[in-house]
Write a protein that binds this ligand. Structure first.
Ligand SMILES: [Zn+2]
Ligand SMILES: [Zn+2]
Length: 281
């Protein structure tokens, strides 16, 4: 089960098997993702956070998005980004058919500060029989409001708006925890990844390609996370699907560990202005 401490507002999943997972940086014969394949391949995670015997029950996949150990996402073609998003959605839908699954988190950890233990580019899909407590809190907060907060951002001019496209608003959050944190918000209200139509995924692929290229110009070889925000299968927990991209210039330090308040070295005003310039090119 997910551990939740209502006094300290902490939550965690205990996954002791994860300690044994290998750390692979340089090209290594032991890299589990270096096997002959083309394009994007989805595998079972050998060191799962959750599986069919764990508590909570779950499934944990790895998505290897390149056959080449040293190919970087900043150099991926648009066709590759599209293939990634389409294949992950197909798997998302398969996993959602398991009646026990309540929540599916799709994320990419890139680089040590992004939390990646293997440098060969990949994503993870974690499907769980429980919705994490903090996520439930966020969903409830959305439901309290008459109007969806993210639908409103689409309608109103925001100081932190980076770009408007046919189907997306791209912006910095008001209180970004990470440098150049960027949100890709579909203008239309979809609850989760599984619902997104093909034209939305295609535009998301183009925007992800642009953001990751921009990150590399702003901070060459930087680490980052990409998170698909949504995921609860229960329609009672209403949410507006969006994608969060966060540059990781360092790890969580003592102040963050102590207070949950993050120190960010780039203001949202500066991030918005710089990203605006780079994304328009
Ligand atoms: Zn490899
Ligand atoms: Zn909405």
């Amino acid at each position: 089960m997910e551990y939740y401490d209502e006094v300290f507002l902490n939550n965690c999943i205990i996954a002791e098997g994860r300690r044994k997972r290998p750390r692979i940086d340089e090209k290594s014969l032991e890299c589990p993702f270096c096997f002959p394949h083309e394009g994007v391949v989805i595998l079972e995670n050998k060191y799962p956070i959750a599986n069919e015997w764990s508590n909570p029950y779950g499934q944990h996949d790895v998505v290897v998005d390149t056959p080449l150990h040293n190919e970087l996402p900043k150099d991926f073609s648009l066709a590759r980004w599209e293939e990634i998003l389409f294949k992950i959605q197909k798997r998302w839908i398969e996993l959602s058919k398991d009646e026990k699954i309540q929540f599916i988190q799709v994320f990419k950890n890139f680089g040590r500060c992004g939390g990646a233990s293997i440098s060969h580019s990949h994503w993870q899909i974690l499907a769980l029989a429980e919705v994490p407590e903090f996520v439930q809190y966020q969903y409830k907060h959305y439901n309290v409001k008459q109007d969806c907060y993210l639908c409103e951002i689409g309608k109103n001019a925001s100081a932190y708006k980076i770009l408007e496209t046919e189907y997306f608003i791209v912006c910095s959050p008001k209180a970004p925890r990470f440098a150049y944190e960027t949100l890709l918000i579909p203008r239309a209200h979809y609850q989760h990844y599984g619902e997104l139509p093909e034209y939305i995924l295609k535009e998301a692929a183009l925007l992800l390609q642009k953001v990751i290229k921009a990150y590399d110009i702003l901070e060459p070889h930087c680490d980052y996370n990409i998170c698909m925000m949504g995921g609860a299968l229960n329609q009672q927990l209403n949410y507006h699907f969006h994608i969060k991209i966060a540059m990781r210039l360092g790890n969580m330090a003592g102040f963050e560990v102590a207070t949950g308040c993050f120190i960010n070295m780039v203001s949202p005003m500066k991030a918005t202005a710089e990203m605006k310039k780079l994304l328009k090119e």
